[in-house]
Design a binder for this molecule. Sequence first.
Ligand code: FCB
Length: 399
Amino acid sequence: MATGTFPDNFLFGAATAAHQIEGSNTNSDWWAFEHTASSGCRDSSGDACDSWHRWDEDLALVQSLGLNSYRFSVEWARVEPAPGEFSPVALDHYRRIVQRCHDRGLVPVVTLHHFTLPTWMAERGGFESPEIAARLGAYTERVAGAIGDGIGLACTINEPNIVALMGYLLGVFPPAVRDRKRFEVVSDAMRSSHRAMVEALRAGPGRYPVGLTLSMAEMEAIEGGEAQYAQALEHLEDAYLRAVGGDDFIGVQCYTRLRFGPDGPVDIPEGARRTLMGYEFRPEVVEHTVRRAAAVCGLPVVVTETGISADDDAERIEFIDTALRGVAACIADGIDVRGFYYWTLLDNFEWVLGYSQPFGIVACDRATFERMPKPSATHLGRIARSRELGSPVGAEPRQ
Ligand code: FCB
């Protein structure tokens, strides 16, 4: 296959997460965190994009763009509002989303856990609770029973390494802990929870690929930073890549490059191009991490997230083109890459940073919730339809 073309069954999609788009996820640890003054959260997630009600509008949009898949997450706090108490209404809601995806020709990619916990689970110790793997397993069993026959691809835990890092080592996500020992306990719990969830999904109806989605970066050591680099690689990536044997795919999620000096991560070089998040602009990270994930764990790869926060949509188009060129190069080299999901469909609630980070290919009016596709949405859709990387960077109209 010529570089720049994608196989017929390649999945082109956009990704979202329940808490970031649904709105009023009031029974979750994140909602509580957003409403705690000391958390540093910029905004309350509030009504988010109101996708709890407007989800079919979202699916219609994904379909109309020409994408063939949609990645979304099921919200544990809604499905199991109290321990052992499951909501048929919530399960039915997600069942309708899955069914409608099929009606619209979209492969539904379902994530079981995307950053949030029900408040009752957080109160019982969250990922430090000895119950966590069993609890996530039981929740997953219910979800699998309700929607498994329609799932196209399942992701267990979204970026378990980021949940552990941000929540237990850097103290910026709930429960805002900074403790290496507790970080290690939680990291182990992530891997055992993942296994329990894989088992629960495989024991239920439907046969579909199951995998973990891992946050990866293009990591480098600068002089004297070799030990810090090696430690980060081990704890944030390799310990997970070794734990996914027997899964059906690895989900790669990547945004930038990280450099390590003797004291840990160093600032990006002066003059380097930055995104609105402050990250180094580095779409080449996709090719780097896909190659690395495939080499280390040997599984087929799905790029389950990559994207850029940018006011200037031309930058987003450039990012997408370079990222996809990297994916095409991997495929041309025989690496089994099955899909590419842009993060994210809609400008949405970016955790601690609230509504300040426009990652979406579609803008969302904060008062009316009107969805307004950006040129990048049409651009990605055109690539998805033609399965070819066409026009050179810069050929799109600027927003
Ligand atoms: C990833 C998360 C996603 C979003 C993007 C920008 O780490 O999975 O929810 O926050 O970053």
